[in-house]
Design a protein. Structure first.
Length: 181
């Protein structure tokens, strides 16, 4: 019997709470099964679930007349260990690589969001502009995560998995100037 690998990426739209454990994406730190510490889901046939998302915040500086003068934005890719899980008896290196790619796709969309933010011009509508590019980044992230799982058949289709792995690697390289430090 072919085991169906269902992978779910949860996209969080706000900053994690102060007591929530997160792992910030890093080129030098790859996920391990020890990072998946959440309770195993019982109402799914998934082998693993990756909870990752874009955290985003911004601030604006204004003068005494309320005119907006400048802005600063912070964008990070986070993994949520307490919301991520796997079935120990079924987790292997292939599935872990699939999970890592979900986190890498989150980083890709962080880089794209940073790029989009870098193209914004300061205006009295900057708050709306920042919110707009953030919403679009999350929509694009969710769509890509879904397409990735669909095309790779949640990691079962190894040929598509390899194609996606190379695609994400190439896209990360394209946006290298905007990578997480």
């Amino acid at each position: 019997m072919l085991i169906r690998f269902l992978i779910i990426c949860l996209c969080f739209l706000s900053l994690p709470s102060n007591d929530e454990v997160t792992i910030t994406w890093s080129e030098s730190k790859k996920l391990t099964w020890a990072d998946f510490r959440g309770p195993v889901g019982t109402d799914t046939d998934a082998v693993a679930v990756t909870a990752s998302g874009i955290t985003f915040s911004f601030s604006v500086k204004q003068n005494s007349n309320g005119e907006l003068l400048s802005f600063k934005a912070e964008v990070e890719a986070h993994f949520y260990p307490e919301k991520s899980w796997y079935i120990k008896a079924k987790g292997d290196d292939h599935i872990l690589a699939h999970e890592q790619l979900h986190f890498d796709i989150t980083e890709l969309h962080v880089r794209k969001l940073r790029y989009d933010i870098s193209k914004l011009n300061m205006s009295q509508h900057i708050k709306e502009d920042l919110r707009r590019v953030h919403v679009k980044a999350n929509e694009d992230l969710a769509a890509m995560q879904n397409t990735y799982d669909t095309q790779s058949q949640n990691s079962i289709n190894k040929e598509q998995q390899a194609i996606w792995s190379q695609f994400v690697k190439d896209e990360l390289k394209k946006f290298e100037d905007f990578k997480s430090k």
